[in-house]
Design a protein around this ligand. Sequence first.
Ligand code: G3H
Ligand code: 13P
Ligand code: ZN
Length: 314
Amino acid sequence: MIVTTKKLFEFAYDKFAIGAYNINNLEQTMGLFRGNLDSKAPFIIQISKGARSYTDKRMLEAIIGAANDVFSDSIFAVHLDHGDLEACLDCIDSGFYSSVMIDASAEPFEENVRITKQVVDAAHAKGIVVEAELGKLGGVEEHVKIDEKDARLTNPDEAKDFVAKTGCDSLAVAIGTSHGAYKFSGAQALRLDVLAEIQKRLPKFPLVMHGSSSVPEEEVRRINEAGGKMLGAKGVDENEFAKAVPLGVIKVNIDTDGRLVWTRVHREFFKDTPEKFDLRGPGKIFMAEYAKFIAHKNEKLGSAGQLEEVRKVV
Ligand code: G3H
Ligand code: 13P
Ligand code: ZN
């Protein structure tokens, strides 16, 4: 069942975080639904602009629609990840998305407010929920000075002002994470202190953590042993999710980790059986491994086992 994130967030706030997983194809979709049902968790499917144009946006929508029938006990939201104004308006119009993200975080504050407000007005008119972003997700650049790094993080006072001016339903905050497999060059630097300050100014308001893949060492080791070259890859400690939940985080975005599972499965498969060429061999292993990965993540997020309670409120 496709639901809006609003009800999910109200129920989850301060209890657990909901996994928001990106998909690009059939195998990811199958693994995702299986893993969430196996762990009895509500979830969010994210489709990025890149995923929409990978084949044709209608393909992913049709696959998700079919999965909704095949895995009919599932409860999930369909969300546009990192949309611009054009993509947001297109998804709002399509009638398929229950939630969109407008990412105008690269713009100056007032321009971010202006664009976000335009999306909020269009989305709310159709009962669609809007996630916005304030602050800049960092990278591993060690040379960047501490005060410069801090300047990229979400400013708690601005966050309060931004939410009041835009009317957005949730806010993606920059608290030290970054996208991709190379998040930290030294010690992990998740700024839970900044998150706490944001929550103080926005009590009970849903906050979102992007760039939350944990880039497991074991996964990277296996990829490299099977011919990969991922040196220095490092992610977020998944045990930190439980600390972020009481500070207002209700949605945790994970994409890179799924790509790592895909890469490991396919590299190992073709290394171990170089004579094979049937794509369904590694495809089947990937779907099962991805389902296992999702179920494990949901345990860490606290969403595992919540499905029946959520069903009562959506
Ligand atoms: O935050 C970005 C997501 O990982 C989506 O990545 O734009 O390559 O599909 P993508
Ligand atoms: P990762 O690259 O850490 O998986 O982050 C994904 C994300 O934030 C999608 O919006
Ligand atoms: Zn993101």
